[in-house]
Design a protein around this ligand. Structure first.
Ligand SMILES: Cc1cc2nc3c(=O)[nH]c(=O)nc-3n(C[C@H](O)[C@H](O)[C@H](O)COP(=O)(O)OP(=O)(O)OC[C@H]3O[C@@H](n4cnc5c(N)ncnc54)[C@H](O)[C@@H]3O)c2cc1C
Length: 399
């Protein structure tokens, strides 16, 4: 039987299941809800192709620059509907205009997150926005190989371990493939997210039919839920999932020792949030309210593609500035000491969000936080930010 990566190190990238010529490997879910490979011994012929393809067992040789060029990027109006500056949409639009195929993570009707392909610009909204759950890869790698062999341009965006899985699966580089890896804080399991959705549905006494992980009115982490198609912001205990995400309490085991959380990167370009832009010596004379993407051009292909993007603001910055607030560009997230118990409690259908919060104190209940939430609820925070931002941009214009 092949020896695949251990439970601690397997990233669930599904390269092994995708490469197996005998379909002897299926991705199943473990007790915490993460996808792991399971080998069917009666179908396995012991060719060991899976072991040779696993990027944990055989790390990728081809990586990017250790000091990539660093850019602030935004695309208007994409950034109003994206997580940061909408850089992903700008890349996707370019590839779709060239009759290419774009692969990224989307919700299905039950709010499970899966990688899908799109070939039409009208389908771009389904890929936009960060979904802070490990997405299911399914047949993605196989389909990408077919398109690449047909000579189509393919864009793949995903977590660095997924990009590494794709490259290991393909085994050779293709000029017509562009990969974007995301700076990644870590991935929770779909099972924890689904269980959280059930808990929040019972709090609202209505089925939640949509979920957004990021601010709908600005650049931040205020999530919102949709009930009967109408979104509303959530705070405090209702937003417990994001609190647990930010506290590094619900990630896959391998995330805490992620070998991709640093430089050099695996994708042709890296996308993330340009947290702290303009605050550390080099002024940034533009509106930051709606989000600014951080893009690292990790090789010549990435650099070339970035400069082909249309209707996009691109400004070179320094790598030092990008590293200051983006910890996952330097090291993996540090494991929360209560991780196992927190995951178990999220998965327990008998525990409410309030009960979980009482046990682990993930939500900030200080007076300051309560006032901040009330201000957020009334929309005052975004109004003050808007006025400040308008003033900042205007005074730069005068200087
Ligand atoms: C799990 C996760 C953790 C992240 N952690 C950080 C971080 O610590 N620091 C940071 O700067 N940025 C992080 N990001 C990236 C950030 O949230 C934005 O996705 C990124 O800046 C791109 O934003 P955008 O405005 O260009 O495009 P958007 O339209 O917001 O980005 C969407 C792209 O992200 C992909 N995507 C969305 N959800 C997933 C998923 N679950 N798995 C794989 N791909 C997905 C979509 O396919 C699409 O290609 C993380 C993203 C994810 C998914």
């Amino acid at each position: 039987m092949p020896q695949l990566a251990s439970v601690e190190t397997c990233t669930g990238c599904a390269a092994c299941a995708s490469i197996c010529p005998h379909s002897a490997i299926k991705m199943i879910t473990d007790a915490e809800g993460f996808a792991i490979p399971m080998v069917n011994s009666s179908a396995c012929v012991e060719c060991k192709l899976c072991e040779k393809t696993c990027p944990v067992i055989v790390p990728l040789q081809e990586t990017g620059l250790t000091a990539p060029k660093t850019y602030a990027v935004w695309s208007e109006p994409d950034r109003q509907v994206s997580s940061s500056g909408g850089a992903f949409s700008a890349f996707a639009r370019y590839v779709l205009t060239e009759k290419g195929v774009v692969f990224g993570a989307a919700y299905d009707d039950s709010l499970h997150v899966r990688h899908i392909e799109i070939q039409d610009i009208k389908d771009l909204p389904s890929l936009r926005g960060s979904k802070y759950i490990q997405s299911e890869i399914g047949e993605t790698f196989k389909n990408i190989k077919i398109y690449l062999r047909e000579g189509r341009i393919v864009l793949f965006c995903g977590t660095p371990c997924q990009v590494a899985g794709l490259k290991s699966y393909l085994k050779k580089s293709y000029d017509n493939l562009l990969t974007l890896d995301l700076i990644c804080h870590g991935v929770p399991s779909d099972a924890v997210f689904q269980s959280y959705l059930k808990k929040i549905s019972s709090r609202f006494a209505a089925v939640v039919d949509g979920y957004e992980f990021r601010d709908r009115n600005g650049w931040g982490f205020a999530p919102s839920v949709s009930v009967c198609g109408k979104f509303r912001p959530i705070y405090g205990v209702d937003a417990l999932y994001m609190e647990a995400f930010n506290a590094s309490a619900i990630f896959r085991k391998c995330c805490y020792q992620c070998c991709y959380a640093g430089l050099p990167r695996v994708g042709d370009c890296t996308l993330g949030d340009f947290w702290g832009i303009g605050r550390y010596g080099i002024p940034f004379k533009h509106d930051t309210l709606k989000g600014v993407s951080l893009v690292l051009a990790n090789n010549a292909k990435g650099e070339r593609m970035l400069h082909l993007l249309q209707d996009c603001f691109v400004e070179e910055r320094t790598l030092q500035e990008a590293l200051i607030e983006n910890h996952n560009l330097k090291y993996p997230s540090v494991k929360n000491s209560q991780r196992e118990r927190i995951i178990e409690d999220f998965l327990n259908p008998n525990l409410s969000l309030a009960e979980i919060d009482t046990r682990y104190k993930l939500v900030d209940h200080s007076i300051k936080a309560i006032i901040k939430n009330m201000v957020l609820k009334l929309g005052l925070f975004s109004l003050v930010k808007r006025i400040y931002n308008w003033y900042k941009v205007k005074s730069y214009g005068r200087s």
